[in-house]
Design a protein around this ligand. Structure first.
Ligand code: UDP
Ligand code: MG
Length: 317
């Protein structure tokens, strides 16, 4: 692969979207040609079992801007994005879905906003999806925003524009694509948001079914942990542990007083509660210590450098 840099890479994860690809390619091309910049369009076929790859191969024969990465099986959207990021040559990288729900005409404005931000995230302000998807997602977005302190409305929008440094430092795996703004903000990148047009899905079906509710909830726990975890595992678990322990000890001191004064003590629910809290508290503190030991073994650099003057030969990514 040539290392020559170009201006813009469009990265498009694709899983069974054969009906949409041709229309997406031509709509994108119309927009990109007008921007007068060098560009490439990278389709990452995430193990499709319809004819998506056949369509993409045909398109790539006609258009030298097109690159196709075909994954061996369905690895999931995060992995597909990571594969695209790893081969993208653009100084700017734009990601979008392949189902024609994102509108390529938004791209020039998103790229323009990158003058002021490191990452510009789309906001599906009028979301054209079933209500069963819109409401849980609204709840999810507001909780994520409160928990992480990042003031955007739509964390999991597939339509985003990045400066190159951001994608170079993102470690995407599992289902982490839902939290790209959180991951980027943790590294010190600035996040902007642009309201984007959202279209109804015209062909095929959504690839995220009912399990997204459970996954979304678990992911939310991950975010909560990730954002507090910045301090340290011991601080997260230790705080809870010390609180439990403290309350448990207070309850049992009270019980001990009763025992001393009345010379007898029945097993009361409160006594059991106090004992449970003490045990839990000790467990939590120990868990925090273990977490601290594991984190210590694999701790990455705790900072990110924007630039060095004079430029030094240190790998900062
Ligand atoms: N996608 C993918 N791998 C997967 C699931 C989805 O590459 O395992 C792609 C899919 O083809 C689409 C994008 O991710 O381009 C968003 O998926 P979808 O439209 O089903 O999600 P929704 O818009 O319903 O949230
Ligand atoms: Mg979609």
């Amino acid at each position: 692969m040539s290392l020559e840099r170009i201006a813009v890479s469009i990265v498009i994860p694709t899983y069974n979207e054969k009906e949409s690809l041709q229309a997406l390619h031509s709509a994108l091309t119309d927009v990109l040609i007008k921007t007068d910049s060098t560009y490439e369009i990278i389709f990452v076929d995430d193990g499709s079992n319809d004819d998506s790859v056949v369509v993409l191969e045909e398109l790539s024969r006609m258009d030298a801007h097109l690159r196709v990465i075909s994954l061996r099986r369905n690895f999931g959207k995060s992995a597909a994005l990571a594969a695209g990021f790893d081969t993208a040559r653009g100084e700017i990288i734009v990601t979008m879905d392949s189902d024609l729900q994102d509108d390529p005409r938004e791209i020039p404005d998103m790229i323009k906003m990158l003058e002021n931000y490191d990452l510009v995230s789309g906001w599906k302000q009028k979301r054209r999806d079933p209500i069963s998807k819109v409401w849980p997602s609204r709840l999810y977005n507001s909780v994520t925003s409160i928990v992480t302190g990042i003031k955007i409305h739509d964390f999991n929008c597939g339509f985003k524009a990045y400066r190159r440094e951001v994608v170079e430092q993102l470690e995407l795996h599992g289902e982490l694509h839902r939290f790209i703004p959180v991951l980027a903000a943790r590294q010190g990148f600035s996040i902007g948001e642009k309201a984007v047009i959202h279209h109804r899905r015209r062909f095929g079906t959504s690839k995220f079914g009912a399990e997204r509710f459970l996954n979304g909830f678990l992911d939310l726990l991950t975010v909560m942990f990730m954002s507090s975890h910045q301090r340290s595992p011991l601080h997260v678990f230790g705080r809870m542990g010390v609180a439990f322990l403290g309350i448990g000890v207070l309850i049992n001191i009270y019980m001990a007083c009763i025992w001393i004064i009345e010379h007898s003590l029945r097993v009361r629910p409160l006594l059991l509660f106090g004992v449970v809290l003490i045990i839990l508290g000790i467990q939590f503190v120990t868990m925090g210590l273990l977490g601290e030991m594991i984190a210590g073994l694999q701790r990455e650099r705790p900072y990110r450098v924007r630039k060095r003057i004079p430029p030094e030969d240190v790998k900062d990514n």
